[in-house]
Design a protein around this ligand. Sequence first.
Ligand code: SF4
Ligand code: SF4
Ligand code: SF4
Length: 272
Amino acid sequence: MQMRKFRILLASVMLAAALGWLLLGAAAPAFMRIAEISQIIPSAFLACLGTTVFWLVATLLFGRVYCATVCPVGTLQDVAVMARRRTAKKRAFRYHPPLSIRYPILLIYIVSIAAGVLAAGYILEPWNMMRNAASIVQPSDTAMTWGTASDPLSGMALAAGAASGIIALAAIMVWAWRSGKTFCTEVCPIGSALGLLHQQTLMHIAIDPDRCISCMKCEDVCSCKCIKVELRIVDNSRCVRCFDCVDVCPNGAIRFQINKGRSRQTPLFTPS
Ligand code: SF4
Ligand code: SF4
Ligand code: SF4
């Protein structure tokens, strides 16, 4: 209960800071910069090793907590999922086996960035997506966006960048409303890279088969569709540590606990 509340509070504060930093430009209070410097990819591009190491250690300890807290695109999807819970006819989620596209997308992303073809980053990387969308209000002359204020083609480039960001964010939110955080579990290269460490994390989400009464509440609520109650498994490579399942379980059967079977539990490709 407390973990879930804390993560919602932190994610809300970080989303507010991100929106303030991106939309207010020079008028934004300096403390809002925390939203940018805590992002993995912008920090890596700025050679800010501290942030990269911090998230590497945090992921090895707790799993994809970056996704649960500081990523603004993740939090925007939480808002869409919340809206679904109030408005959609069919509100419960069901386990879905992972698609086989996330690692090919991650590979394409890495190769593109390494080759200096930055379009993949502009389109797929969450912070760039936010920045591109915000550039319609607040063009940047320094940040890595599709178009910058100092670009000779700035007019067209800014329009293309803003359109790509707005369309991508709108599509992701509609997708989240319709079927959960599939962008996070199957498409986003940052999430896929973090998920690769799931077998080594110190803590993980697991179901205690002796306590589980198969009420299905955890599977109903998991917007990442990574809990399969029938088999008592949680695909921790896709779990974004929202703690909704832990909060909803009536019997304390699904828990965030020490991962005793590190390196020999949930496989990358779980059964359907
Ligand atoms: S998977 Fe990507 S978009 Fe989703 S929360 Fe994580 S970093 Fe953000
Ligand atoms: S398994 Fe639990 S903590 Fe992980 S994404 Fe699903 S509901 Fe959230
Ligand atoms: S909510 Fe708890 S008791 Fe119900 S199916 Fe999930 S783990 Fe089992």
